[in-house]
Write a protein that binds this ligand. Structure first.
Ligand SMILES: Nc1nc2c(c(=O)[nH]1)N[C@H]1C(S)=C(S)[C@@H](COP(=O)(O)O)O[C@H]1N2
Ligand SMILES: [Mo]
Length: 327
């Protein structure tokens, strides 16, 4: 076999990821157990729960989730090449509209919908997430521009308070339309909930379809680790929901992903860039990194994540861009 150095590096990386993946599978039982314990009463429930076969119920749930995940991660997993972290662009380029410089940092939360019933025991459970009001106010613009410093070269998008409880017509093919996030039961997470999960970082090449690319260094939690901590509602046949939808706090930017892309070991919910907290212009407080897809799939300023079997539409799909957005 020819020794293409890039291929060799990908294979080495692959091995590392697979070793890591099996370590994680073992650890996930512990993580799932810890998540149940975090629910407080849940820990007692674990002790009291009826054994099913060999495993107690919550453990069996983790087992079911791992099996559902395995369907998507077994076999050849192509990985994007990684680079030394120091090779990442010092001053990263910016792109995109709809980033809200007027978002009140204190009002940010990550809403997660489409979760398994266990979520109802979690202290952060809400029967209607749309009751949470993200706050937008001009008073935060100056602070965010200052944080962005030289990156602040984009038009500012300021508007009034948004009523996220505005109702959606369920027949509306645009599941997310500007300024509205639909009603749904789920968890209202804070950044500290994400920071408790295992941290992963890498430098990969980021490609915008407009024709530029740069190496970017992102850090945060792998989506697969996030999913194990906050498991989705499985389908009757035990499979994972087919898609994940994501949207910004005002619903103005949104994107959808196949579940296989979400459980890919390089799919990251990022709260860091270049080893520091994300800048507002780069998607503070949370953005997606998915180095096998174009930049337009890498949504910034995420506020809602939904597991679903309905294919979610993309903001850019409306203008003719490919939904898959693969490189
Ligand atoms: N919320 C939001 N996320 C977004 C966009 C946007 O307009 N709004 N643009 C996308 C596009 S086209 C690109 S190339 C990247 C740019 O990320 P960067 O500004 O951190 O380089 O963000 C993506 N995520
Ligand atoms: Mo882009």
């Amino acid at each position: 076999m020819a020794t293409d150095p890039r291929r060799a590096s990908i294979e080495a990386n692959n091995k590392e990821v697979h070793a890591e993946a099996s370590r994680r599978t073992r650890r996930s039982f512990v993580v799932a157990g810890a998540a149940v314990a975090a629910a407080g009463a849940g820990f007692i429930a674990l002790l009291k729960s009826r054994p099913i076969g060999m495993l107690r119920e919550p453990m069996r749930k983790a087992e079911e989730l791992n099996r559902a995940i395995a369907e998507h991660v077994i076999g050849e997993t192509a990985l994007a090449p990684t680079y030394p972290l120091a090779m990442a662009a010092k001053r990263a380029r910016l792109n995109g509209m709809g980033l809200r410089r007027d978002l009140d940092p204190a009002s940010w939360r990550l809403q997660v919908a489409g979760l398994s019933h266990e979520a109802e025991l979690h202290p952060r459970f809400m029967s209607d997430l749309s009751e949470w009001k993200f706050r937008f106010s001009e008073e935060f613009v100056a602070r965010n521009l200052e944080l962005d410093g030289e990156s602040a070269n984009q038009p500012i998008n300021v508007s009034k308070m948004v009523d996220s409880a505005a109702k959606l017509d369920p027949r509306d093919p645009l599941a997310f339309i500007p300024e509205r996030l639909p009603s749904a039961a789920g968890l209202l997470l804070a950044m500290e909930d994400l920071k408790k999960l295992p941290f992963t970082e890498y430098a990969t090449e980021f490609k915008c379809i407009e024709g530029w690319s740069q190496i970017m260094h992102f850090g945060g939690v792998r989506f697969i680790d996030f999913m194990k901590a906050f498991p989705p509602m499985l389908n009757r046949d035990g499979s994972l929901p087919k898609y994940v939808a994501m949207a910004t706090a005002d619903g103005a930017y949104f994107a959808g992903y196949e579940i296989a892309a979400m459980v890919h070991p390089q799919t990251l919910l990022c709260y860091q860039m270049s080893g520091e907290e994300l800048l507002p212009a780069h998607g503070w407080p949370l953005r997606l990194s998915m180095p096998l897809k174009y930049g337009y799939k890498q949504i910034k300023q995420i506020a809602r994540i939904t597991y679903t079997n309905q294919r979610p539409i993309d903001y850019w799909e409306q203008f003719g861009y490919d939904w898959h957005g693969g490189l």
